[in-house]
Design a protein around this ligand. Structure first.
Ligand SMILES: [Zn+2]
Length: 243
């Protein structure tokens, strides 16, 4: 029997938490991922407050409604999660998956006076002219106005590099969102390593960077397959514990 949209989203989102924890990209018991399950995008799954990513099961995910103000007062809902993800799902129906992290290299780049990802290789070029930047960090986001501000900042883009904070990625699919935030962290690791040599970077020409970014956009199936492979690695790791 085919799984419902919500059942499949629960499985894929729970897998994403485990994969991201496995890769060390999570932050303590903070950070949030959500996935829309209704056609209008307003009903969404999100992780419960302060549960470690590595322990989140499909059945633990909360089903919230961006139109229901009662969600804000629930003890199992992190106020920052509601402020940001609630507003994104309220305003951007195309955001079927919303991932927010503070991964080390991406966050390091986000903390620079000029928080940009210049195109120096295939990974960095994926984000050429395709990332919004927030330079107005004002403490932990706990108001709907702050969530609305972040949603507006995306301005049609899929990634928001959050200055002095981290990153948020939205995508039409959980697998694509995972691969995108993973590749951005990889891109920033390469960039920070290149900067650490103290030698000048050889930037790609704009035309080459643009073509590379367009090439990435043609292979969303590559992103989804990366995610499927990572899910399989988690399944095999579980199976090995039972041997
Ligand atoms: Zn954060």
């Amino acid at each position: 029997m085919a799984l419902s949209i919500e059942e499949q989203a629960r499985i894929d989102l729970a897998a994403t938490f485990r994969i991201v924890a496995h890769l060390g990209m999570h932050e303590a018991v903070a950070n949030h991922f959500s996935a829309a399950v209704s056609a209008d995008g307003k009903k969404f799954l999100i992780n419960p407050k302060w549960k470690h990513f590595s322990r989140i099961r499909a059945s633990d995910l909360l089903l919230l409604d961006a139109d229901d103000p009662a969600c804000a007062g629930r003890p199992d809902v992190d106020p920052t999660a509601w402020s940001i993800h609630g507003q994104i799902h309220q305003r951007l129906p195309q955001a079927r998956a919303v991932l927010h992290l503070h991964p080390v290299y991406t966050t390091a780049v986000a903390c620079l006076a000029n928080p940009q990802v210049p195109p120096i290789d295939q990974n960095t070029a994926r984000y050429f002219n395709r990332m919004a930047v927030d330079e107005m960090y004002g403490g932990m986001a706990d108001t709907e106005a702050e969530g609305a501000r972040l949603a507006a900042l995306l301005g049609g883009k899929r990634r928001l590099l959050m200055g002095n904070h981290g990153v948020m990625v939205i995508a039409p699919d959980i697998g694509e969102a995972f691969d995108d935030i993973w590749t951005l962290e990889r891109a920033c690791q390469i960039l920070v390593t290149a900067w650490s040599t103290g030698q000048p970077l050889r930037l790609l020409a704009d035309e080459v960077a643009e073509k590379t970014a367009q090439d990435w956009e043609k292979i969303a199936d590559f992103s989804r397959q990366h995610f499927e492979e990572m899910k399989q690695i988690m399944i095999e790791a579980d199976a090995s514990l039972l041997d």
